[in-house]
Design a protein around this ligand. Sequence first.
Ligand SMILES: [Zn+2]
Length: 443
Amino acid sequence: MPENLMDKLVSLCKRRGFIFQSSEIYGGVGSVWDYGPLGAELKKNIKERWWRSMVHERDDIEGLDAAILMHPKVWEASGHVAGFTDPLVDCKQCKNRFRADDPRLKGTPGEPDARCPVCGNKGTLTAPRMFNLMFKTFMGPVEEAAAVVYLRPETAQGIYVNYLNVLQSSRQKIPFGIAQIGKAFRNEITPGNFTFRTREFEQMEMQFFVKPGDDGKWFEFWKHERLKWLHDLGIRPEKLRFHQHGKDELAHYAKDAYDIQYEFPFGWQEFEGIHNRTDFDLSRHQQYSGKKLDYLDPATNERFVPYVVETSAGADRTTLVAMLDAYHEEELEGEKRVVLRFKPALAPIKAAVFPLVNKDGMPEVAKRLYDDLRRRFNVFYDDGGSIGRRYRRQDEAGTPFGITVDGQSIQDQTVTVRERDTLKQERVAAAQLDDYLAGRLAS
Ligand SMILES: [Zn+2]
């Protein structure tokens, strides 16, 4: 993989309208990104696919859309107020802030020998202090301690506090799960690598509630299912691997945890996790809320607090993985061709319609075809520039099919369909294009 693949992708994302830096005209805001026309479609396709496989195609999982703002006690119960912290070091001179494990820090912060890696002063670094990663704000008109609320640092807690509501209203029985897609916020100190580590991000999480003792079996089941889902997304299997958390990596609530890692240009990194969270969260919410959250098994009359097996994926990271994995460069007729080889079902634009030239009735036929197809697919009409340039633009957008209306189309009502990856062209009857595309896009 070329070393500057990230730079190439960032540049393509801006050029074609996948991802822009937030508030760019003001110089940008740190590690926050906006999805442009193509990026919004790509991310939406990934989220819809996740929702379909997790919620619609399963009888034992229900969907939820919980609010970002929650009762502040939630975050005491979850352990985030006390434990969701990083040790940080401040420079009293230049006001920069560093993680205590930043390799650039030399000497012992808080002692006179330590040197600030930014301003170079000696003895200006404070001893490490704990810093909470949750974004804080105020609810209501008064900015006082009693009014503090947090932007949720994970979507999971919205599922836990609604566990009984969903269980009772959906008439599910354990084992069953609750799935949710939503934004979460973490005030990361060392964010970076484009959309890999951002302060605002979107999660696709599913909490599966099981009988204690069955957790190991379900953990294996979900590990397998999630990897299969990623293969089905078209991600190259050799770029994916599991990483089991060692004792020192396990979160305070976890009994077992596996990351699914992708080989990014900056190394193997996590973009999804499967966690055995035991009964930690529900037990804590039971304790902090004073409300019973145990389950009465109708078959055995046993009462228990369910264990939770969680699958937690980043929508932004999965989108980044999909783009990196699809990125290809090749030589074509002596020129460089950049192509995003998305699985057709993921592609932001499914097909582009081109009149070969802007005369001889071709634009009229092409427009009609475009109007027909757009009722069913996200298609794009382009009559600007040479046909070669129009193909190149769609290659960079990852559009799987190019449909050209030429002179022959006027005679016999057929069009050429060009495949993005193989560059093969075939003639298809215009009247059958609808079904042709539906078939090719089904996977
Ligand atoms: Zn400094």
